[in-house]
Write a protein that binds this ligand. Structure first.
Ligand SMILES: Nc1ncnc2c1ncn2[C@@H]1O[C@H](COP(=O)(O)OP(=O)(O)O)[C@@H](O)[C@H]1O
Ligand SMILES: [Mg+2]
Length: 321
């Protein structure tokens, strides 16, 4: 549905996008994940034909963003980072104006407006002025608006930025519903790892204008090497213990008086690992999250310097006997 090839975008001498290439399949939710300033919005703007690439190009729904911009625009729906609905008008009026702008025939118009209002759960609020909507409702109205003309591809730039946790979950529900019912392909940007994990079929990690990893959330997490257990000993690591003898253990590292064990299924296998182990001070474990993937890619995984980088779950505390 989307092909991006060697895409470069420079702002003066600064490279905001530094040679991106990837593809997005039909009907998938593709996440662009990365810190502020990574280049996510720039990329979306190029795919939506609002910015021109400096080098390289992209095809959206079979149309070239440079040479066939009108066709690309007809193929896409967009919700940008900054809100753009008119807030003295009602939700319904916003949708109607947009339907007129897009030339949706009168016969189909009312039916389609009801459909999209229903899809985002705003039917009973359609006659309220948008200024009375919450942040989450505004975003949902913008989704409804972007869907009016049946786009094949939908861009969502930071759809839950600034929303409270409950509104974020509501938003996730509607995003999933929209893929199911409207059969759109979604590209969404976020810097919330758990959001990407929850919603995306595949994720491209982007930093400094480059894609540094691209895969499904579960594969990305697997690449970390499984669950991680850290056993810290009171004095020193016992020399006679060989943790690699267990077939559920992938890798063992030693650090001062701790061993770090990468393994399968910590919940069911931990007891075997620690059976007959003496001189244990603490045992901690964690299951990798996308945040760990990101930290590992950026070299900070298990450094313990950042709150998310260290171990989060303390399994047990052993006292010196
Ligand atoms: N119009 C612009 N002029 C100059 N630099 C820009 C412009 N827009 C974005 N940038 C810079 O390009 C980089 C990528 O920005 P952006 O695409 O907005 O990142 P993200 O959406 O991932 O936070 C940032 O360093 C940003 O400051
Ligand atoms: Mg952005």
């Amino acid at each position: 549905m989307i092909t991006v090839k060697n895409l470069v975008k420079k702002y003066a001498d600064f490279k905001a996008l530094d040679g991106l290439s990837f593809e997005v399949n039909e009907n998938e939710i593709f996440g662009l994940l990365g810190p502020n300033g990574a280049g996510k919005t720039t990329l979306i703007h190029i795919l939506a034909t609002l910015l021109k690439p400096t080098e390289g190009g992209a095809i959206v729904n079979g149309f070239d963003v440079l040479h066939n911009a009108t066709k690309v625009r007809q193929s896409i729906g967009v919700v940008f980072q900054a809100p753009s609905s008119d807030d003295i008008l009602t939700g319904y009026e916003n949708l109607k104006i947009h339907a007129l702008l897009y030339g949706i025939p009168r016969k189909l118009r009312e039916k389609r407006i009801s459909e999209v209002l229903e899809l985002v759960g705003l039917e009973d609020r359609k006659n309220d002025q948008v200024k009375k909507y919450s942040g989450g409702m505004r975003r949902r109205l913008e989704i409804a608006r972007g869907l009016l003309h049946h786009p094949k591809v939908f861009f969502l730039d930071e759809p839950t930025l600034g929303l409270d946790p409950k509104s974020r979950e509501t938003m996730w529900k509607y995003i999933k519903k929209m893929v199911r019912e409207e059969k759109v392909t979604i590209i969404l940007t976020t810097h919330y790892m758990e959001e990407a994990d929850m919603l995306c079929d595949r994720i491209g990690f982007i930093t400094n204008g480059k894609i540094i990893a691209l895969d499904s959330p579960s594969k990305l997490k697997q690449e970390i090497g499984g669950d991680v257990v850290k056993i810290t000993f009171n004095d020193r690591i016992p020399l006679d213990k060989d943790f690699t003898k267990f077939d559920f253990v992938h890798k063992v590292e030693q650090k001062e008086n701790s061993v770090i064990i990468y393994m399968e299924k910590v919940n069911s296998n931990l007891h075997m690992l620690i059976k007959d182990l003496d001189g244990v001070q603490t045992i901690e474990y964690k299951k990798p999250t996308l945040n760990d993937v990101f930290l590992k890619l950026s070299g900070d995984y298990l450094s313990g310097d950042s709150p998310e980088g260290g171990f989060m779950q303390r399994y047990a505390q052993y006292k010196k006997s």
